[in-house]
Design a protein around this ligand. Structure first.
Ligand code: GLN
Length: 261
């Protein structure tokens, strides 16, 4: 079995260790004996979405984001088709904003890829801190680091999570990120996946199911370190300072299931 992962524009979209998400996807496939093909897709080169099982877009500064947007527009219909055909996408921060109708930065309103009916306005106060979210399909909270001036409005879509601590899509919506079909858009950097192994396995499961036409069980991995990182991030003192009490019951400790190769 094999999963092909397209890393969109690693030279432009990679902030706060976002490319660590690729390592995490790759290792968690390989530890289970599943082949991982990583395609680094550079701006300006054609992208064969039919060859891809999973696409990752990271975050970026405003300049790189605008460049990435310009290049991605050349392939936006193919990208949209991939999404509508249940292709798996993880889009972080600037990459998440690009999926919408438009996003703003300090100077401009930039037309987005229009893949999702969402939009991002800009405000001068940056939303910067560790963030903790709850998504009922996962046992552990989602943890990460957010740093954005954009405020993303997701209309009727289902958010990626409910904000337990931090800001999320806007300062006050209580929602973080967006989900649509097999797309997750989120403000969680950090990188996201090593500290949230359930999210990583969810993306892999969706990609495997789509490719092989039926669920492919993923064997458990010894994730003590990952869950400890998750726990420590969620209990980081500034979060408590903000008046949130992170419930220990949200965390599920896992026992060692097998030795890593
Ligand atoms: N430039 C965008 C913003 O500030 C995205 C930033 C990012 O990807 N961290 O909203």
């Amino acid at each position: 079995m094999k999963i092909t992962i397209g890393h969109l524009y690693p030279e432009l979209l990679n902030l706060y260790g976002d490319s660590g998400n690729i390592c995490c996807l790759q290792k968690r496939l390989e530890w289970r004996g599943i082949q991982a093909e990583i395609c680094s897709l550079s701006a300006g080169n054609p992208i064969d979405f039919r060859h891809m099982d999973l696409i990752l877009l990271g975050g970026s500064s405003d300049r790189e984001q605008a460049l990435a947007c310009r290049y991605l527009k050349e392939t936006k219909y193919e990208f949209k088709e991939f999404v509508e055909n249940d292709g798996v996408v993880l889009a972080i921060c600037g990459g998440y904003q690009l999926l919408g109708k438009y996003y703003q930065n300090q100077y401009n309103t930039v037309e987005g890829l229009n893949i999702l009916d969402i939009y991002t306005d800009w405000e001068s106060k940056r939303l910067v801190q560790n963030i903790v979210i709850h998504n009922p399909i996962f046992n552990s909270p989602g943890v990460g680091f957010e740093n954005h001036g954009g405020r993303t409005h997701i209309g009727g879509y289902t958010p990626f999570g409910k904000v337990l601590a931090g800001y999320g899509n806007t300062e006050d919506s209580g929602h973080e990120g967006v989900t649509y079909k097999n797309v997750i858009g989120t403000y969680l950097h950090g990188p996201l996946l090593p500290k949230n192994p359930e999210v990583c396995d969810y993306l892999l499961s969706q990609a495997l199911k789509r490719k092989y036409g039926e669920p492919v069980p993923l064997s458990p991995l010894p994730d003590e370190l990952e869950y400890r990182a998750n726990y420590e991030t969620a209990n980081h003192s500034p979060l408590k300072y903000n008046g949130y009490q992170i419930r220990k019951s949200l965390f599920r400790r896992r026992s060692t299931a097998s030795k890593r190769k």
